[in-house]
Design a binder for this molecule. Structure first.
Ligand SMILES: Cc1cc2nc3c(=O)[nH]c(=O)nc-3n(C[C@H](O)[C@H](O)[C@H](O)COP(=O)(O)OP(=O)(O)OC[C@H]3O[C@@H](n4cnc5c(N)ncnc54)[C@H](O)[C@@H]3O)c2cc1C
Length: 272
């Protein structure tokens, strides 16, 4: 028996979150597997403010309770996010699973979260005390440890609306479709006049949280493509040192090797 409250406005959802002992429920595709009994859920899929995708000057603002199918059908969402979301499970899961649920589950394998990291997405966390905006990398404190207050909801995901066009994305699973990530990789680069203006690289399903090393990215920023090619060996070696994969269903050695292969593929693909 599933108990709970079906919120129909953000105000109602935040008040319920503040005053009742309820677990936020997006699509339930992770929660239902946990199979917990005798708990109450706060259903969010009828909250208008959380089920819309809109654009402002800077961001595509994706409501936390938007399903993956909604993301795929939106003209506003960048292609990189759509490519990753299209790889999630099968249509039935994509019709119910939500963007905030993918984040709230706290897994480093979550496919949309990899893109949030590489895009420097921000989260709008709402409570009856107001909103706070937190960069995605700060939201993940450790394995399943999130910077989410007991009274807060993930209301929106703010995805920068520019800068994500020149990308490389790969999800490595046990099979080509319907697979959870064994390792996932996303790289984004901005090149102007043969000079690297910006670069962002993230690895998923490798450690307790998605990995991104902004200090290492600086090795490439400002370099011409020719200089970047000279730097490439040292760059890859620096990632070799920085990545310390955990052992899961696959060995740490396999994870490290695949990470470096994907990094090399990205650099090849972008002419470095
Ligand atoms: C068969 C199957 C295949 C799957 N394949 C993939 C895959 O390929 N890639 C992938 O990334 N995932 C996959 N998943 C996992 C799951 O579908 C996703 O993580 C999904 O995004 C969860 O969203 P949800 O809305 O169903 O979350 P829920 O189950 O509703 O919630 C998940 C967690 O997030 C919290 N939460 C939900 N909404 C909010 C909110 N607004 N604010 C704060 N906390 C919130 C919940 O309390 C809970 O702790 C798969 C799951 C199944 C069952």
């Amino acid at each position: 028996m599933v108990n709970g409250c079906m919120a129909t406005s953000l105000k109602e959802a935040l008040e319920a979150r503040a005053t009742k002992d309820m677990i936020p429920y997006g699509g339930g595709t992770d929660l239902m597997i946990e199979g917990k009994k005798d708990i109450s859920y706060l259903f969010l899929n009828q909250v208008p403010e959380m089920t819309q995708i809109v654009m402002d000057d800077e961001y595509v603002r994706i409501g936390g309770a938007c399903t993956f199918t909604q993301v795929l059908e939106s003209d506003l969402v960048p292609a990189l996010m759509k490519e990753a979301v299209a790889m999630i499970a099968a249509p039935a899961i994509r019709n119910t699973g939500t963007m905030a649920g993918n984040i709230g589950n706290g897994s480093a394998k979550a496919d949309s979260v990899l893109i949030d990291f590489v895009a420097d997405a921000q989260l709008v966390l709402g409570s009856t005390n107001g909103n706070r905006v937190v960069p995605i990398a700060d939201f993940y404190k450790g394995r399943k440890e999130l910077d989410l207050g007991r009274d807060e909801l993930i209301v929106e995901i703010l995805l920068p609306k520019t800068g994500l066009d020149n990308y490389y994305y790969k999800k490595v699973g046990a099979r080509n479709a319907l697979a959870i990530s064994r390792i996932s990789f996303a790289g984004v680069i901005k090149i102007e006049n043969d000079t690297i203006k910006d670069i962002a690289i993230a690895f998923g399903a490798v450690a307790d949280t998605v990995l991104r090393f902004k200090d290492l990215e600086k090795m490439m920023i400002g370099k011409t493509l020719e200089d970047a090619k000279q730097e490439r060996k040292a760059f890859v070696e620096a990632y070799d040192k920085a990545i310390n994969p955990t052992r899961g269903r696959v060995s740490a050695e396999y994870r490290k090797t695949v990470c470096l292969n994907l990094l090399n593929d990205f650099l090849d693909a972008k002419g470095i």
